[in-house]
Design a protein. Sequence first.
Length: 193
Amino acid sequence: MSNWPAPFSVKGRFVSVVPLSHDHHDDLVESAADGELHRLWYTMIPDAEGMATEIDRRLALSTMLPFTIIDNSTGKAVGMTTFMNIDAANKRLEIGSTWYRKSVQRTLMNTECKLLLLQYAFEKLNCICVEFRTHFINVQSRRAIERLGAKFDGILRSNMIMANGTIRDTAVYSIIAGEWTTVKANLTWKIES
């Protein structure tokens, strides 16, 4: 992994975001089974047999800093997220490869998780831009990214070959440093409301 950023943990009211480790394996297997997330053809969420391999893959990538999302009320892992496509020279990164167990989707957990990661990116790492990318067809993910306050940058056509052989068009969004105070105020308001 690059030395920027160094591994870190952040804690909010609802979630904690901690470095990914194999200690989270069993909770993550249980989380992915909630809603059979691996069956969503337009995502890349591992099944039970593939979870250890996915943890290893994420930990080995030099341009990725992987995290486990912990539900503070139970202490259990409910999903994964990452800082990825890290570009230290240009102070840019992407928050991505995020998934949550079905039972906590569309709760304040994602809002708070993204607030914590964005706050770290803009206020500790002095990022100039944070990107979000998702499959064009993944409307639920696109709407969640838009609710964060990210702006739509465009579509990267025929950007990726998926495991099932289909070709992914990637929707790209971003938040730039000059927008952070407004985005932060809005996310904080959503959580406090």
